[in-house]
Design a protein around this ligand. Sequence first.
Ligand SMILES: CC(C)(COP(=O)(O)OP(=O)(O)OC[C@H]1O[C@@H](n2cnc3c(N)ncnc32)[C@H](O)[C@@H]1OP(=O)(O)O)[C@@H](O)C(=O)NCCC(=O)NCCS
Length: 164
Amino acid sequence: MRIRQCREEDLELLDQHMPARGAASHHEVRYARQREGMATFLVAWRDGHPVGSCEVRWEGCAAPEVRAAHPGCPEVNGLGVWPETLRSQGIGTALIREAERLAAERACRVIGLGVEKNNPRASGLYRRLGYHASVPYLDCWSYEDGAGVVHRVADACLFMIKPL
Ligand SMILES: CC(C)(COP(=O)(O)OP(=O)(O)OC[C@H]1O[C@@H](n2cnc3c(N)ncnc32)[C@H](O)[C@@H]1OP(=O)(O)O)[C@@H](O)C(=O)NCCC(=O)NCCS
């Protein structure tokens, strides 16, 4: 398994192999943020297929309550491993470790991530990796479906942080 930054030519394979909440252009949006220097979009590859990804948002979490508590703290966003049969094999951990390495390289002293309150397996993994609970917040986001309908979502989340 290999982890590297997303390239433009990866986008088609990502859309084919990795489901995204919302429109297929979701990966393109993450890639656009990377191109603008706001994020690093990491993709894990196995046997020529993308098997996981996450975005390190250098400008931090979008939620104002998290930004106020942790100014300048980068956020690991949208971590996911596909297909489900490849989960619990260390791919998610490797993506988080790479995000932490990049953050340390930029002299960040802390890194964080948001987890939905109803995702105890993921928060268990983050605790094992050294993250601790910090700020409860509402993750408000929207997406446009294939029919052009905009869906607004508000997820109850917990921001967890780890000193680097
Ligand atoms: C959470 C997730 C990214 C972890 O990646 P992974 O490659 O399975 O993680 P690792 O193999 O490094 O670590 C395994 C741990 O992740 C957690 N995990 C495994 N499968 C999971 C699942 N379907 N949903 C949530 N957490 C899961 C468990 O704590 C697991 O520990 P276990 O093997 O003792 O059960 C992955 O399971 C996933 O894509 N889940 C669905 C999307 C999601 O919940 N993303 C997190 C958003 S905050």
